[in-house]
Design a protein around this ligand. Structure first.
Ligand code: AMP
Length: 214
C-alpha cells in the first residue's frame, strides 16, 4: 500500500501518518523530518536545506527528489509506505510518476488557515525522535519532555506566526494544485480535519479500508 498525506502545514499529516504507519507496519516518510534530522546533524544536506526550512520556503526539487529516491530504495519500503510532505508541488509529483510509482491513495486533510495558525503556536516537536505534541490538544505527560524517548520538546523555528503565514502562501500556490492532479488520477479523498485527532484518524482509516477492500 502506497499512501500520501496532503494538506496545509499543521493540518495533522505527520500525526496521522505515524498512526497509519504503526497500524499497517509500513514506514511513514516525512521529508520535513528527514531535513530536520540532517540539519541537526549538520550534514551537507542539512546546511543546504537550513535557509529554506527556516524561512518556510521549499527546498529545491532536485535535492528533495534525490533524498526521496534514496529513502524509497531502502528495504523497509518494499511492502509500501506513507509519504508525508512529499510531493509538495506538481514537478515533484511528476518525478514520482517518472520513478514508476503509483500511489494507491492520497488523503487530503483539510483544515482552514485560521485554525492552522492557531494550532501551530502550540505545536512542540521532540528534538530527538521528531514526535509532535500540542500544548492544548495533545500535551506530553511531562511538560517539555517527550513521552516516547524523554527527548526535549522544542518550538519549531518555522512555526513562528510570520513564517507560518509564508508557509501557507507556499502551500496554496504550490502544493494545493496537487489536489486537482491526484483527483484527475482518481486516487484523491478529502478528510475534514477534526479538533480531536482520534476523530480525524477514524475518518482516515475508513478511507484506507475502502481502498484495501476494493
Ligand atoms: P514539514 O515538516 O513537512 O512542514 O516541512 C518543513 C519544511 O521542510 C518545509 O517548509 C520545507 O522548507 C521543507 N520541505 C519538506 N518537504 C519538502 C518537499 N517535498 N519539497 C521541498 N521542501 C520540503
Amino acid at each position: 500500500m502506497k499512501l500520501m498525506f496532503l494538506g496545509a502545514p499543521g493540518a495533522g499529516k505527520g500525526t496521522q501518518a505515524e498512526i497509519v504507519s504503526e497500524k499497517y507496519s509500513i514506514p511513514a516518510i516525512s521529508t520535513g523530518a528527514l531535513l530536520r534530522e540532517a540539519m541537526a546533524n549538520g550534514t551537507e544536506l542539512g546546511t543546504l536545506a537550513k535557509k529554506y526550512v527556516d524561512s518556510g520556503s521549499l527546498v529545491p526539487d532536485e535535492v528533495i527528489i534525490g533524498l526521496v529516491k534514496e529513502r524509497l530504495a531502502e528495504k523497509d519500503c518494499a511492502n509500501g509506505y506513507i509519504l508525508d510532505g512529499f510531493p509538495r508541488n506538481v514537478s515533484q509529483a511528476e518525478a514520482l510518476d517518472q520513478m514508476g510509482i503509483k500511489l494507491d491513495l492520497v488523503i487530503d486533510i483539510h483544515v482552514s488557515d485560521e485554525r492552522i495558525v492557531k494550532r501551530m503556536s502550540g505545536r512542540r516537536v521532540c528534538k530527538d525522535c521528531g514526535r509532535s505534541y500540542h500544548t492544548e490538544s495533545s500535551p506530553s505527560k511531562v511538560e517539555g519532555v517527550c513521552d516516547v524517548c524523554n527527548g526535549e520538546l522544542l518550538f519549531r523555528k518555522d512555526d513562528d506566526p510570520v513564517v507560518v503565514k509564508h508557509r501557507l502562501e507556499v502551500y496554496h500556490e504550490q502544493t494545493e494544485p496537487l489536489i486537482n492532479y491526484y483527483s484527475k488520477k482518481g486516487v484523491l479523498v478529502t478528510v475534514e480535519g477534526q479538533e480531536e485527532k482520534a476523530e480525524t484518524t477514524k475518518l482516515t482509516l475508513a478511507e484506507i479500508d475502502k481502498v484495501r477492500n476494493k
